[in-house]
Design a protein around this ligand. Structure first.
Ligand code: B12
Ligand code: SF4
Length: 505
């Protein structure tokens, strides 16, 4: 009997940009008595149905974008006699759909770190429940990933999560619905241990797969103070201090490490936080700009964001403190007009964002926007979807001309990095705009072939020499070694040895 964990995808590139973290976390959550799970990441290659035998257990993660492919895999696995269990954001929001359309035996809602073990053991006992409530576990319960089961040759960046949940409630986002509005931080020691493991394997580029790396703003602190809410103030201050402590520790890691995260632009108010990020080698952050006008921001419940000149200044502040911005913009808001497209790309250039993504308004199920759209079934008041798509595509083209990229690449320290930057910009544009937005199949095929080739070249650029002897810090308060936390009795998985200070030779 084998346990398979499948990350479904219609597009397989052979090489992937970022590791799908859930796969390696669920591997850590798999009870030791069933052995190491077989991990299948379909963004690398499609699953071979023959690998599934009757009685096997197949865990499949679905977010909205890959749910249909996930259900296909699940139906195939069930037809071959396997137990099929779904999890992930989409299954959390719509468990019945995964049970019906995906023919799942069960769904784990919420965090899988603890509930997956229960589901697997119930499969073994032949008495599976339909729904498992994984809930929102505490940060201290988050499992470290099983990186010993990953093939480092296949990924450019690894992903490590430091915090889940976001206090905001943007109308297009499902994070606050699934992960909640209370920030749940992992113990920084556990984060650092994982990163040291990854650097040993040769990863120096790491995406911090966080919902919001800046969970406490000056406004939050001020309000708590004004309300005389001491308990709240203490809680917020402690969250913030723990962030700073994490960054202090990140700063002690090898200097060639590069981290990237996501956060709100409010962080522009806090120069010391941005400085701490720079020192910690957090070189960039995805910042949700969404819209460049106050009306647009109001439409997405994000009126605390900046617009106009203040927006340009806020984003420039990040750069001044050495943190690059990947600006994320949405097109197709009800307030958008044809002129909005040019104004947005002009603002992106003016604000000095290093990368930008321009996404079409997509009401993801589970969001406020989806509920609104479901009720009204309304289309854009002045533009057709095709017009929005074409204009969006043009904006991508304008932002990612070779000339514009070359100019932006001046921020890199040497020629090698400059070349890496150029490739990465083109790859980013191709993988996102090229395969996501364009719908005609000839163009998609060409895009995919190009992305596949570029991904291979990029992989070489990101590769670092493994540092197998890199010593990890020894923490004063002992935390369980990687892979050890999930089970009472403490199984240590192969390749995930506890930290010791290694001798110099
Ligand atoms: C990092 C990240 C990315 C990275 C992905 C890197 C990678 N290869 O994984 C990048 C930047 C590339 C990315 C891209 C996109 N992303 Co994204 N991303 C995230 C983010 C911030 C964290 C995901 C993560 O790794 N979390 C850490 C892992 C451990 O958590 P997890 O996946 O939730 O898994 C836990 C549980 O869900 C559960 N679980 C998960 N799977 C399974 C399976 C089983 C069997 C079981 C039992 C349990 C289980 O257990 C796990 C451990 O507790 C999430 C936000 C979020 N909170 O999920 C958005 C999120 C997933 N992304 C989202 C979106 C929309 C996108 C894009 C479409 C954005 C865009 N417009 O281009 C693209 C799509 C890319 C693609 N082709 O799939 C949405 C999805 C919404 C939805 N309803 O599906 C989210 C939720 C953010 C949001 N604003 O709403 N993303
Ligand atoms: S700030 Fe980001 S993560 Fe938080 S609710 Fe808004 S879009 Fe979602």
């Amino acid at each position: 009997m084998s346990v398979h964990l499948v990350n479904p995808s219609d597009n397989s590139f052979g090489t992937a940009v970022i590791t799908p973290r859930w796969l390696f976390v669920l591997a850590a959550a798999t009870p030791p008595e069933v052995g190491d799970p077989i991990l299948v990441d379909e963004s690398l290659e499609q699953i071979n149905p023959e690998s599934i035998q009757a009685g096997d257990i197949v865990g499949i993660s679905v977010h909205t974008g890959n749910a249909l492919r996930g259900y296909q895999v699940g139906r195939m696995a069930r037809a071959r006699g396997a137990w099929v269990v779904y999890g992930g954001i989409h299954a959390t929001l719509f468990p019945e759909e995964a049970l019906e359309r995906g023919e799942g035996h069960a769904v784990v809602k919420g965090d899988g770190d603890i509930a997956w073990g229960r589901a697997v053991r119930d499969c073994l006992a032949g008495k599976l429940d339909k729904v498992y409530e994984g809930g929102r576990i505490e940060g201290s319960q988050f499992l470290a990933a099983r990186w010993d089961l990953m093939d480092p040759a296949k990924y450019m960046w690894a992903s490590v999560q430091t915090i889940r949940g976001c206090p905001k409630h943007c109308s297009f986002c499902s994070v606050w619905r699934t992960d909640g509005q209370k920030p749940r931080q992992r113990k920084f020691q556990s984060v650092i241990d994982e990163i040291v493991t990854l650097r040993r394997l040769g990863f120096r580029f790491i995406a911090l797969a966080d919902d919001n790396f800046y969970p406490v703003t000056f406004t939050d602190l001020r309000l708590a103070r004004e309300q005389g809410n001491t308990a709240k103030l203490e809680e917020l201050t402690s969250i913030r201090n723990e962030r700073l402590q994490l960054m202090d520790e990140l700063a002690k890691l090898p200097k060639d490490m590069v981290f990237f995260t996501q956060m709100t632009m409010e962080a522009g108010e806090d120069g010391s936080y941005l400085d701490a990020m720079r020192k910690a080698n957090i070189k960039g952050a995805l910042v949700g700009v969404e819209a460049v006008t106050p009306e647009g921001l109001k439409a997405v419940f994000k009126d605390w964001n900046y617009s106009g000149e203040a927006l340009a200044k806020q984003l420039q502040t990040f750069k001044k403190h050495g943190v690059h911005v990947l600006g994320s913009f949405i097109f197709g808001l009800p307030t958008d007009k044809p002129a909005t497209f040019d104004a947005t790309v002009a603002m992106a250039m003016k604000a000095g964002v290093t990368f930008a993504q321009f996404v079409m308004m997509t009401p993801f199920p589970g969001t406020v926007d989806f509920n609104r759209w479901e009720k009204e079934q309304s289309t854009h008041p002045t533009m057709s979807s095709d017009e929005i798509r074409e204009r969006t595509q043009k904006v991508w083209d304008t932002f990612y001309t070779w000339g514009a990229i070359w100019k932006r690449s001046a921020c890199t320290p040497n020629l090698k990095s400059r070349v890496a930057f150029m490739f990465l910009s083109k790859l980013y544009r191709q993988m996102y705009a090229g395969t996501g937005i364009s719908t005609d199949s000839a163009r998609r095929k060409k895009s995919k072939a190009w992305a596949k080739w570029t991904a291979k070249q990029c992989k070489k650029l990101f590769q670092a020499h493994p540092m197998p002897d890199l010593a990890g810090p020894v923490w004063e308060v002992g935390i369980p070694a990687l892979g050890q936390q999930a089970f009472a009795g403490g199984d240590i998985h192969a390749g995930a040895a506890p930290f010791v200070v290694l001798p110099k030779n």
